[in-house]
Design a protein around this ligand. Structure first.
Ligand code: FES
Length: 145
């Protein structure tokens, strides 16, 4: 028997079943944690849905007032109703990607920098605002300007 032969005995099969159970539990915990934060904005897919305008980053309805979404290399925010802004998702501290928008702040997971919905620094160590990624509204879509 080799260490890679999973069908050779009952001990190996139990190990595999236990491993699957742990993986399923971990996935359940991950899903539970992410669903509890109602103010967190989902990270949208970079691929636009079929029929969407070329260059669509998000639909206006997907961007909450007082929040934002992260689409690939762009953060799209809506600081006030009907006003959409776009920024690079690259943190100006050391280049990590910001990964969520919570309670009106864009957060970087690496060293704790936070940016306001207008891209300015709310909390360092980031030394300057997020770089602009201009966007515009085209129908119900937000596209790169
Ligand atoms: S890279 Fe974002 S806080 Fe350091």
């Amino acid at each position: 028997m080799t260490s890679h032969d999973l069908t050779s005995g009952p001990v190996d099969r139990r190990t595999v079943v236990a491993g699957v159970g742990i993986t399923a539990a971990a996935l359940t915990l991950t899903a539970a944690c992410s669903s509890n934060d109602s103010s967190t904005t989902a990270v949208a897919s970079a691929a636009p849905p079929p029929g969407a305008p070329a260059g669509q980053l998000a639909r206006t309805a997907d961007v909450p007032v007082g929040g934002g979404v992260i689409v690939g290399d762009t953060v799209v925010t809506q600081p006030t109703a009907g006003k959409f802004e776009g920024f690079s998702s690259t943190c100006t501290h050391a280049g990590c990607k910001v990964n969520k928008v919570v309670n009106g702040l864009i957060e970087c997971p690496c060293h704790g920098s936070r940016f306001r919905l207008d891209g300015t620094v709310a909390q360092g160590p980031a030394p300057r605002p997020l770089d602009p990624h201009p966007v515009k509204v085209q129908g119900g879509a937000i596209v790169k300007a």
